[in-house]
Design a protein around this ligand. Structure first.
Ligand code: PMP
Length: 380
């Protein structure tokens, strides 16, 4: 099997699985309990929290552990708006993940003013249009760091400085799920930042929300008052410690990992461009995130291609796994002005540092053969 769907999820690192196992079978105590083995679990979590702040480049602020980025994104929005009087004004981009986009749409239905800012043809937020949306009464802005379908990388420093100038009261939340560890970031570039463990070789069901100092934030679920009263619920210690170990492994190899993903991405791109009727969706290979490549195979239906490739052992996706159960047009590529055959034939390839160039060459042959076969079949 050749796995090229690492934006959907990744294989857990052995270091992360071993850490999670240790906190399930040995240090399994509830970190909120009073006896010393539990206090030691709590200490481990707080050490992991400090290391995560370091990995985020956060000079101050706090990290709240969550069940993943869907929760982090929902909580960022609801936890800020709960601190506002009346209904607020919110800006999101047209290519946000559903955990931001659909949450904003739901608020719009409740009477909040929700402004959706578009993207350019490479999938980046259109900064001219963004400036036009910013107003002094804007409360909350959510813009992703890296798009999960195209690998487009937004210009966070520019976005941040436009907000400071034109909407100084607004909180900037960044969905960092596809950017964290892949593209440099520091918490000076935003007020809030969401991450999800399973996108960087940690177990599924664990993530975090960074909240900067001075952000008026009411938190998420209520209950026993864990996470300084901001996110109740018994801490997922195995998940948190597994995520901590994955981050440590990633950081120890960061440059080599990024280089390997870029090599794989470039190789697949070069191999595919030698075939006819293939188009790149998103930024140029060197401008995008290291791990995502979106290509359209003209004259082929993406879904049919996905299953034909699966039958030959190559796993890819037509878009994000979260929306693969939803029928209808692709909101992300549609926002970039992509239509017709190009929209229909889009496939997302996403890499991990464990992919090899030999795998990419084998996959390339299979993809080229499959596309040629399906085109013949379709055009007959
Ligand atoms: N945001 C982005 C950009 C994503 O790619 C994903 C996962 N597909 C999420 C949020 C949701 O993350 P989780 O799976 O942890 O809920």
């Amino acid at each position: 099997m050749i796995y090229l769907d690492n934006s959907a999820t990744t294989r857990t690192f052995d270091t992360a699985a071993n850490a999670a196992r240790k906190y399930m079978t040995e240090v399994y105590f509830n970190p909120s309990s009073a006896y010393s083995p539990a206090v030691s679990a709590e200490k481990s979590v707080n050490e992991a929290r400090r290391r995560l702040c370091g990995a985020l480049g956060a000079a101050s602020g706090n990290v709240i552990y969550t069940s993943g980025a869907t929760e982090s994104n929902n909580m960022a929005i609801s936890g800020c708006l709960s601190k506002k009087r009346g209904k607020g004004r919110i800006i999101v981009s047209s290519v946000e993940h559903p955990s931001v986009y659909e949450t904003a749409q739901a608020l719009s239905a409740k009477g909040y003013e929700v402004v959706t800012v578009g993207v350019d043809e490479t999938g980046k937020v259109d900064l001219g249009a963004f400036g036009g949306c910013l107003t002094a009464d804007t409360d909350f802005v959510s813009i992703m760091q890296v798009n999960n379908e195209t690998g487009a990388v937004n210009d966070l420093p520019a976005i941040r400085s436009m907000i400071k100038k034109l909407a100084p009261n607004a909180v900037l939340h960044v969905d960092g799920v596809q950017g964290f560890l892949k593209v440099p970031v520091n918490m000076g570039q935003c007020d809030m930042y969401s991450i999800s463990g399973h996108k960087f070789h940690a177990p599924k069901g664990v993530g975090a929300l960074y909240v900067g100092n001075g952000v008026r934030f009411g938190g998420g679920q209520t209950g026993g008052g864990q996470e300084s009263g901001l996110r109740s619920g018994t801490l997922n210690v195995p998940g948190i410690m597994g995520m901590d170990a994955a981050i440590t492994t990633y950081l120890a190899n960061e440059q080599a990992y990024r280089k390997q993903m870029v090599l794989c991405k470039q190789r697949l791109y070069d191999n595919m461009m030698k075939q006819g009727d293939v188009m790149l969706n998103g930024p140029s290979v060197d401008a995008g995130a290291p791990h995502i490549l979106n290509l359209s195979f003209l004259g082929v239906r993406g879904e049919v291609m996905l299953h034909a490739l699966e039958a030959k052992g190559v796993l890819v996706s037509t878009g994000s796994a979260c929306s693969s159960h939803k029928k209808g047009k692709n909101r992300i590529l549609g926002s970039m002005g992509i239509t017709g055959e190009r929209l229909e034939g889009a496939i997302r390839f996403s890499f991990s540092p464990m992919n090899t160039l030999a795998e990419i060459d084998t996959a390339s042959e299979i993809i080229a053969e499959t596309a040629a076969f399906l085109r013949k079949y379709k055009r007959r």
